[in-house]
Design a protein around this ligand. Sequence first.
Ligand SMILES: [Zn+2]
Length: 198
Amino acid sequence: MTCAGCGGVGASPCRGCIHKLIPAKPPCPAGVDSCAAAFLFTGVGRTLISSLKYQNQRQSLAWLSSAVAQLVLAQNPARLDVVTWVPTTARRRRSRGYDQAELLARRVARRLRVDSLGLLLPQPSRSSASQTGLNAAERYERVAFRAHRKAVGLSVLVIDDVITTGASIEAAAAALRSVGASQVHAGAAAFTPAPADR
Ligand SMILES: [Zn+2]
């Protein structure tokens, strides 16, 4: 195995790369009971996520899911009934063949010994365009989801790979609450720092 952070032979991420990750404290988006991210989306943290997202390098998933699960538990959620994820657009999923947030969510759920279920669908008319290249306000306007009614009464953990503006998590929480979810918690591998911190 090679480290997705530096390309060295051995664990991924290797100890040297783990040491370089910067802890993150994302603000809690509206409608979300707790929010955790493992590290800042910069430097090695950015390389780790990009290798998963764009090159389908899965060797870091075990470590990432363990880190996210531990942070979620550290937030002391009263209970967790199900783990779901922020879905990527159908078009992107087709072109990549996988959804990196789902890959992470399935593993986080296993660590937490909770079921994982796809509870969110993109709203077709508003989220069909790729978000890359849009500014925060444009992204906010375009993000919307529909939630499955199975979420009624459940405490749901929503997983994403990267939290940037928080708009996706906020929209996911709104959709889940609209069908009666009792609690919404959020967890991500990385959080994009404010421009001044980059
Ligand atoms: Zn490394």
